[in-house]
Design a protein around this ligand. Structure first.
Ligand SMILES: NC(=O)c1ccc[n+]([C@@H]2O[C@H](COP(=O)([O-])OP(=O)(O)OC[C@H]3O[C@@H](n4cnc5c(N)ncnc54)[C@H](OP(=O)(O)O)[C@@H]3O)[C@@H](O)[C@H]2O)c1
Length: 295
């Protein structure tokens, strides 16, 4: 499994295991969570993607319950903060909102550390751009959590290039990555400037819902699904591996974050790394996703 260096102190596996759906699994027992992590580690997938809000603010605790020193030493933990929704510890919130104040960030970090039973977060992301963000306060808070040693690296999620530049302008720490939605069902970032901006600055992107949250295999685009399956047969992998390989083939160095809870599927995530798509095949899949050939 390839590894990608994001900062001087942080390297992550090219494929990332997402834990948004961890609490939705029919089995959230310690043994099953450990089995899923073990299936990732067997393939060299060492990076786990969390957020404070996942599972109604409970997914971090599910991971924490399964945590052991041995597991902690072998994984990188990404988590996120700034979304406050009326659930769990924010049950009294009147409305869903974003909070990028220093107090919220510092408290969120402490919660995440306690719930996951760890002494540092490898990568903390601001989950959503906050229209009320005071970039000086947020930037200083992110610098502070890195300086304190509680967080190894910081980044953002769902930021547009201008949001990134605003926040980065008020920080000494370099933002490590932007986690955005990219897939064959959500390919606009390849042409709207999002991918180009980070490629220009050499910052690897993390791609969430790289299979469209499963919609890639349910939607109306049978032609795309059939072609994915055909290519999969050529490489002796399943269609999902080909869809992930489509992201891996892009020169901007995308790190797909896969969200399956299915142990068999988790054990096969690494298959995507075996698929090499040439330029023509990349465009063939892109054209099928677009529904027409490129102009
Ligand atoms: N930063 C953000 O704002 C943000 C937003 C959303 C997600 N994320 C991150 O991205 C991760 C992935 O998101 P996601 O779960 O939507 O990603 P995904 O990998 O695109 O979708 C996974 C979903 O697709 C289903 N699926 C159906 N067929 C599948 C197949 N052949 N192979 C694999 N999965 C299949 C899975 O069901 P089974 O479990 O039954 O396999 C699961 O429900 C999350 O866990 C989270 O860490 C971040």
């Amino acid at each position: 499994m390839d590894r990608i260096r994001l900062t001087d102190t942080l390297e992550m596996s090219r494929l990332v295991h997402g834990m948004w759906r961890l609490g939705d699994d029919t089995d959230t027992s310690v043994g099953h969570v450990r089995n899923k992590i073990a299936a990732c580690l067997d393939q060299g997938i060492t990076t786990m993607d969390q957020a404070d809000i996942y599972g109604g603010y409970e997914a971090e605790e599910i991971l924490g319950t399964a945590m052991t020193p041995e597991i902690r030493n072998r994984i990188e933990i990404v988590t996120k903060c700034d979304i406050v929704a009326p659930a769990g510890r924010y049950a009294n919130a009147r409305v869903k909102y974003y909070d990028t104040t220093r107090l919220h960030i510092v408290k969120s970090v402490d919660h995440s550390l306690r719930l996951m039973k760890i002494d540092h977060i490898d990568l903390l992301l601001i989950h959503r751009p906050d229209p009320m963000m005071d970039h000086f306060e947020t930037g200083a808070a992110l610098d502070e959590v890195v300086k304190s040693g509680k967080v190894r690296a910081v980044g953002v999620s769902n930021f547009r290039p201008w949001d990134w530049e605003l926040l980065q302008s008020a920080m000494t720490t370099k933002l490590a990555t932007n986690q955005i939605e990219i897939s064959l069902l959500h390919h606009a970032p390849f042409t709207n400037g999002d991918v180009a901006f980070h490629q220009r600055h050499g910052q690897p992107l993390m791609a969430w819902s790289p299979l469209g949250g499963g919609a890639l295999f349910e939607g109306r685009n049978a032609a795309l699904r059939n072609r994915l399956a055909e290519i999969g047969t050529e490489f002796d992998v399943d269609d999902a591996a080909v869809a992930i390989a489509w992201l891996l083939a892009h020169p901007s160095r995308i790190l797909p974050v896969l969200g399956t809870n299915n142990l068999d599927r988790i054990a096969r995530i690494g298959d995507a790394a075996r698929v090499r798509l040439d330029r023509e095949t990349w465009f063939e899949l892109y054209s099928l996703a677009l529904g027409h050939e490129v102009p």
